[in-house]
Design a binder for this molecule. Sequence first.
Ligand code: PLP
Length: 432
Amino acid sequence: MKYYSLNQHSPKVNFKEATIKGQAPDKGLYFPEKIPGLPESWMDDIEHKSNETIAFDVIKPYVGNDIPDDQLLRIVEETIHFPIPLVKINDRIFSLELFHGPTLAFKDIGARFMSRCLGYFAKERSEKITVLVATSGDTGGAVANGFYEVDGVDVVILYPSGKVSSVQEKQLTSLGKNIHALEVNGSFDDCQRMVKQAFADETLTQKRLLTSANSINVARWLPQQFYYFFAYKQWIRKDTPPVFCVPSGNFGNICAGMLAHVSGLPAAHFIAACNANDVVPRFLRNGEYQVKPAVPTLSNAMDVGDPSNFVRMLELFDHHFIRLKEKLSGYTITDAETKTTIKRVKQNTGYLLDPHGAVAYLSLERYLEQQPHQKGIFLETAHPVKFYDVVEPVTGEKIAIPPSIESILQRPKQSTVIASDYSLLKEYLLQH
Ligand SMILES: *Cc1c(COP(=O)(O)O)cnc(C)c1O
């Protein structure tokens, strides 16, 4: 498989190069040259396939021969080594729980897959690869955990001091070894700016092989297709395909679902569930794409004003607005609605949503009101305990802390505090 840059000014590359580079030299996102189609017979037989087989068959055409089959199968097995259940909430709404991985959010899947691919490619090189990433919370933990002890790969994570939750901070600062946390006295935007400056600084990139681990990297984006297929495998009513509702920020997750659909996954419709950062729902309503600075909300992993992956979605539909609108709807959910949804769903069904899942639940409910014959699945992207400070006051009940988190909270934090000044980051990278 070859990948081209969506900015059209860089040469095509294979999976290995796209993974190592992250972004094309012309700053475009990589996109697969051909979208593989899964045969209908494969789909009809999905209930009888193991998750490992499904994941392998889905990803194999994208990887091509860059990783041998036995190694790829091992990578896939390690990536999805935890349950991904489809849970019935009521007759029409089901939750796809993506939070049973080590850092309790769906980003574990993409991060684990990418880290293992990069680890494989690093073995073939003499040079160490440095993964540089800025995080507002969830990405850092998933990347730290995914890359921990991967040979040949060093990870440097920048996070804004005092602006991530205590669980999130421990997840990215307590591992040590090849994981380095830089605690920046500044905002997430400062961290992001410093990272971008590093990638653009040739005096640095000539000395250090840098790559990014956010969802623009194809090795993080593509494996997110897996669990849409796992959901369909567990879907009982195969004669009525599900509506998929995805809490969206940078739009990597929903875009992977729509890619799976183009490959043959049955789906009635997709819904982009957003908080106040709703550039895409507004675009779907009035055809105008207007980015805004991000505003903080309770579902903070979706506080993105200018979603990087939306260009991939447009490419998937040949920039055909009408065709895109036939498959995709968008909803905007306020913080007040997020809280009342958490409370109401807990009271009526006993199910506890996290703030991101609540945005998706309410969006799906609104869509289904207009579509009386359909049923749907929302993606529950994080465990509610990660956002206990929001959830507990709403329900009035304490959430039990899972043992894995309990032990992380006991571990000492290891971070290097730096000012939000690029020259300090550069100095750090050149010395380590
Ligand atoms: C990152 C994240 C999202 C948003 O996913 P995108 O792929 O950026 O759209 C939603 N929910 C949670 C819990 C997240 O961590």
